[in-house]
Each structure stands twice: as structure tokens, then as C-alpha cells.
Design a protein around this ligand. Structure first.
Ligand code: NDP
Ligand code: 2IT
Length: 462
């Protein structure tokens, strides 16, 4: 989706905060997604910054938080199946390594650019802090489009991408994983090339690996399951639950599929899922096995669901509001991409009686959409808290790799549940301490920022 960032001047009560936001906007004028993320996080920190204004200013703390430690961009040449030479651009943003090795996914999608990489890397710092595991924030990827490519083309691209990336990563340096367009197939090719170049079996250099060579059980499921564990906690804290409620989910990729699976196990009814072309609506409840076969095995379009369930409906996207958000539901789980829910989408969802939104994707709601939800008493589970289960389980994969051992599915899943439950508790506590009620968006930002700020202060001016 295109960015929807209003680039107006910030209006917090902290002069320092306003100044940092203004300077960040001036310094990065062509990075709307990055500025959107910065404005969302920094403006919600107002009560914390007001309390510590002089200290943070003296340490240039906020100026450092918004400036990546390092950005690497590189050329990725590869040969397609017709023998034609192609070139893409690769990125790795090593944003903040205060809490541990840089950690974050790789996105392969034609829309990838520096603004998107920086917004994702920036969000990752806070998300990773919330997990309470020792991981810093980073992100990477390429404007390569995996759609319609053969396995051999994917392999050649991944090998070329890793030939450069390997210079900058390592199990104690920077540990990439998957994101949009990067799943187990791509991680396998990337890992193979890393191992070949380094002549070293460094299992913890990538996460999301296959189960037969160092991957963690439950990593594939972790982001989606974790989202639902977070939703369970948030709904319970507000006298609601998943059981018997209808759910719509945008996307039908890794996060969407396993969010649907766990929501179903709690007795919710998933009535719609989507891809970038449109959505399917099955009023009897989506048959997830069909979605898995279409998306995980055949890499097909979601429209083909109708070949298996002719009573379902297909709605093509047209206009500002993606079709999936025009369907009535109690719970909305955006699990596709950024800025999927604009103000118009938020209005349609509120009109249709939505009670809660859980961000499985990174920044799926525009800042205006979030404001509108909160004003209309719709609970919002912010992405950097609610989708942290993926990276948390990646950190558990690193832990198992270091031990040269593995845990059972149930052991990993129980740890994941504990981590998500704790993230919600910390988010709720921070919102309460700062008198923000059930604004978990601000709560998550504050809980994460306090942790990072304390550690950055301890490590000196670097
Ligand atoms: P996948 O590539 O597995 O799936 C992405 C899904 O989103 C596809 O169904 C895709 O449809 C759909 N989509 C719709 N519009 C767009 C668009 N404009 N750009 C890209 N995708 C679009 O990715 P994931 O499920 O891994 O990631 C989904 C979201 O969750 C992303 O925001 C990601 O950053 C976030 N996330 C992922 C984590 C993980 O562990 N994988 C962890 C935390 C967050 P189509 O096939 O038509 O492109
Ligand atoms: O956005 C994310 O948190 C991810 N794509 C997962 C990152 C990871 O390192 O597992």
C-alpha cells in the first residue's frame, strides 16, 4: 500500500520531542513510511519524555534512536531462466544493536525501498525490546519480486543476495529471518550460500530455517499464534474473548494462516481472508486446509478457493478500502502489509461493529486509522507488541542453535505463550502508569522505549 503519512508539524508538549520530530522530517524528506513510524512512536512517548526531558536531551537520546547505526545497500545481479541478466537492489538496515545482535527479517517485494526498510527496522527495535530477549533491531530485503519466478530463479537470486550480505552478518552480529516473500525455501538457499562461502556451520546466523537443519519447531506458526495469544490477553482484560466472535483477516501468507489456525482453536469463526487481488468471504467459516494447500503448496491466488468451496464469494479489490475490510466482523486481524487500513477503512470497520483490531502485520493501520479506532473504543493491539511472537521464537531458535539442541513443539509454544502474555502485561502496565487507560499502542511504545533508553544510557554516547 502507499504510505499515508501526514507530514504536518508535531504538537506535543515537549519542545525537545517536537524538535527531534521536525528535524527527522527535514532530514528524511523522501521516506514517508519511516517518518510515519517515527511520528507514531515519538509522539506517544510524550509523557515519558516530559518526565526526563533534560536527561534525554543531554544524551541526544531521541536523535540517536531515530538514526540507524548503519545502512548497507548493494547490487544483486542474477540470471533468469531465459539467460537474461537482471539486477535488483539489496538492503540491510542495522538500526540499533544496544540489546543484542541486530535481528529482523528480510522482505522480498517490488515495493521495497529505503523508507520501508527503515520503518521496519525502527519498529523492530521496539518490538524486540518487548520480547525481553537479547536482540537488537534490524531489517533487510530487496525490491526483487518472487511472484512467478521458478525455484531455480529464486535460488540464483538468493545466492547472489547472500554473496554480498554475508560480509555484514553473523550469529553474534546480525541475524536475518523471513518476512514478506521470504519463507523456508528462501532461508534454505540463503543459508546454503552462507555456509558455502564461510566454510563454517554457523547455525544461528539465520532463523526460520528448515526443521531438518537447525530450525525451531513452532517458528513457522509463531507470529500468527503469538498474535492470538496477545489478543486473548487483551480481550480478557476488557471482558471479551475470541470464542463465538467473527474474524476477518487480511493476507493469506505465513502470519495470516497461523493466526487463523489459532483463532479457530479458541472457537472464533474466520469468515474472510485475502491476498493482494481481493478476498474470499465464506459465511460458513473459511476451510483453512484449502487455504494452506493453495498458498503454502501451490502458491496460487486466493480466488481459487471458489473452485473448492463454490458457496463462498470472491470480492476483487477496487477503491481505497481493500474488499476484506468491507465485511462485517467483531475482530479484525490485518496480516498483510503496511497502511492497509486507512481512515476510510477504519470508518467502515467501526460502522460494521468491530470491537478489536490485532496488527499481525507491521504498521497495517495508518496513524489516522489508529486514532479513529481508539476514539471509537475499538481495542487496538499494536503490531510491535502483538506480532512479536515471530521474532521472539527466532530468538528461541538462536538459543537452541547455541545449545546444539532442540525443544519440542509444545515447549517452544509454551514459551511463546508466556512471552506474549508478558508483553501484554508490560504494555497494559505502562499504559496504566502513564494514565492512558487501554491505549495499548502508547503502552507498548512506552514499555519498549524505557528499556532501550536505559540500556543506551548505560552504554554511553555511541
Ligand atoms: P507472506 O509473504 O507470507 O504473506 C503476505 C501476504 O500479504 C500475502 O497474502 C500477500 O498477498 C498479502 N499482501 C496483500 N497486499 C500486499 C502488499 N501490497 N504487499 C505485500 N503483501 C501483500 O508474508 P508474512 O505473512 O510473513 O508477513 C505479513 C505481514 O506480517 C508483513 O507486514 C510482515 O512484515 C509482518 N510480520 C511477519 C512476521 C513473520 O514472522 N513472517 C513477523 C512479524 C510481522 P500476495 O500473495 O497477493 O502478494
Ligand atoms: O517483522 C518481524 O518481526 C519479522 N519479520 C520476523 C523477524 C525475525 O527475526 O524473526
Amino acid at each position: 500500500m502507499n504510505s499515508s503519512c501526514t507530514l504536518d508539524s508535531p504538537q506535543t508538549k515537549s519542545e525537545y520531542l517536537n524538535d527531534v520530530i521536525s528535524k527527522t522530517m527535514a532530514k528524511n524528506p523522501n521516506e514517508p513510511e519511516f517518518l510515519q513510524a517515527v511520528k507514531e512512536v515519538l509522539s506517544s512517548l510524550e509523557p515519558v519524555v516530559l518526565k526526563h526531558e533534560t536527561e534525554y536531551k543531554d544524551l541526544a537520546l531521541l536523535e540517536r534512536v531515530v538514526e540507524p547505526e548503519r545502512i548497507i545497500t548493494f547490487r544483486v545481479p542474477w540470471i533468469d531462466d531465459n539467460g537474461k541478466a537482471r539486477v535488483n537492489r539489496g538492503f540491510r538496515v542495522q538500526f540499533n544493536g544496544t540489546l543484542g545482535p541486530y535481528k529482523g527479517g528480510l522482505r522480498f517485494h517490488p515495493t521495497v525501498n529505503q523508507s520501508i526498510m527503515k520503518f521496519l527496522g525502527f519498529e523492530q527495535i521496539f518490538k524486540n525490546a518487548l520480547t525481553c530477549l537479547p536482540i537488537g533491531g534490524g531489517k533487510g530485503g530487496s525490491d526483487f519480486d518472487p511472484k512467478g519466478k521458478s525455484d531455480n530463479e529464486i535460488m540464483r537470486f538468493c545466492q547472489s543476495f547472500m554473496t554480498e550480505l554475508q560480509k555484514h552478518i553473523g550469529q553474534d552480529v546480525d541475524v536475518p529471518a523471513g518476512d514478506i516473500g521470504v519463507g523456508a525455501r528462501e532461508i534454505g538457499f540463503l543459508f546454503g550460500q552462507y555456509r558455502r562461502i564461510k566454510n563454517n556451520y554457523e547455525a544461528g546466523v539465520l532463523t526460520g530455517k528448515g526443521l531438518d537443519y537447525g530450525g525451531s519447531l513452532a517458528r513457522k506458526e509463531a507470529t500468527g499464534y503469538g498474535l492470538i495469544y496477545f489478543m486473548r490477553e487483551m480481550l480478557a482484560a476488557n471482558g471479551l474473548n475470541l470464542s463465538g466472535n467473527t474474524v476477518i483477516i487480511s493476507g493469506s501468507g505465513n502470519v495470516a494462516i497461523y493466526a487463523a489456525e489459532k483463532a479457530l482453536s479458541y472457537g472464533a469463526k474466520v469468515v474472510a481472508m485475502s491476498d493482494s487481488n481481493g478476498c474470499i468471504y465464506d459465511k460458513d467459516g473459511i476451510k483453512l486446509d484449502i487455504i494452506k494447500e493453495l498458498k503454502e503448496v501451490k502458491r496460487a491466488r486466493i480466488k481459487e478457493y471458489l473452485n473448492h468451496c463454490p458457496n463462498a464469494e470472491y470480492k476483487e479489490n477496487n477503491g481505497e478500502i481493500p474488499a476484506v475490510y468491507t465485511i462485517k466482523a467483531d475482530i479484525v486481524l490485518p496480516c498483510a502489509t503496511q497502511n492497509d487500513i486507512t481512515l476510510a477503512g477504519a470508518k467502515a470497520l467501526v460502522e460494521n461493529g468491530a470491537k478489536a483490531v490485532g496488527e499481525g502485520a507491521n504498521m497495517p493501520c495508518t496513524n489516522e486509522a489508529i486514532e479513529y479506532f481508539l476514539k471509537n473504543n475499538v481495542l487496538v493491539a499494536p503490531g510491535k507488541a502483538a506480532n512479536a511472537g515471530g521474532v521472539a521464537t527466532s530468538a528461541l531458535e538462536m538459543c537452541q542453535n547455541s545449545m546444539r539442541y532442540f525443544w519440542s513443539f509444545d515447549e517452544v509454544d509454551k514459551k511463546l505463550d508466556g512471552i506474549m502474555t508478558n508483553i501484554f502485561a508490560e504494555t497494559k502496565k505502562a499504559a496504566e502508569v502513564y494514565g492512558l487507560g487501554n491505549n495499548y499502542v502508547a503502552g507498548a511504545n512506552i514499555a519498549a522505549f524505557r528499556k532501550i533508553a536505559k540500556a543506551m544510557k548505560s552504554q554511553g554516547l555511541i
